[in-house]
Design a protein around this ligand. Sequence first.
Ligand SMILES: [Zn+2]
Ligand SMILES: [Zn+2]
Length: 302
Amino acid sequence: MSARIMDATDTLACLWCGVDATPGRIERFISLGRRPAPGRPRLAADQRSEGYDMTWCPSCWERRQEALALVSAHPAVSRVLGDVALHRVESGLNALELIGARRPRMKSAREILRFVDFMSQAGMDARWAARYAPFTLADAQEDDRNETRWEHVTERQRQAARDALAALLARATERPMPTPCPVETAGCAMCGVGSVYAPPSQAEHVWTPVTFTASALGGRRSPERQSGHLCPTCQLAHEEVGSIGPTAMERSLILHLGVRRKSLTATELVGLKGWAAMPGIGPNEHPWHHIEDVEQLRESLA
Ligand SMILES: [Zn+2]
Ligand SMILES: [Zn+2]
């Protein structure tokens, strides 16, 4: 696909789609040199760094305004991405445009950040300006223009955008699946649950490997460290408390029971043992179900 050469005296190329455009806002791209081509002399050192001015065509300017609206409506996007937020959202929207795809749902900062994660690279790689910066393609001239928008984009670049969109949609629509403890026949060391629901893409990070002593979990006194895994809720309790022991177990029980209390009384805590401190029992279907009367406890605390 070669770009057509047109007369371009007072106009500039659209930095995105490559058509001839009346300059509005201008952006300058610095080329660090020309990519070598067979049979072409290498450029002299003083010719290697060139600046190319480009602008936005009316259609691509519209896309920029859409990106601006999204970024302004969700300030968290700029907090995460910094100065490049607008550019990255704009890149993602242009990636959609060049494959004629509809915008996926972007109603929260989280959805926009996910969109950018998957889509912005495909847009950046396909833009017209990529012919000139950081390196100028061997055959690219300053007054080259596309006759129709995005004409320079290769099938491979479009496919990259389609693949990125497919991956984004798969991520956005994935449903939580039962994710068993990595050690078969084992449960969470504290609450004993054998399987938790998690999105498949997160499955690897659901269970946290830990080491502890049985006595810390209310079992027999022994200095010997055991290894096991914590479910996400118990890991949260572990992180809040800082160690695996009675306080973390109490926190986990409160979190799992979904009660508002900050602590339990001594009576309520009697016999609270972590699952790993009770050898020989199978994993629980529900958290803490190896504790007698756990449902009664939930009701009394509700
Ligand atoms: Zn354009
Ligand atoms: Zn647990």
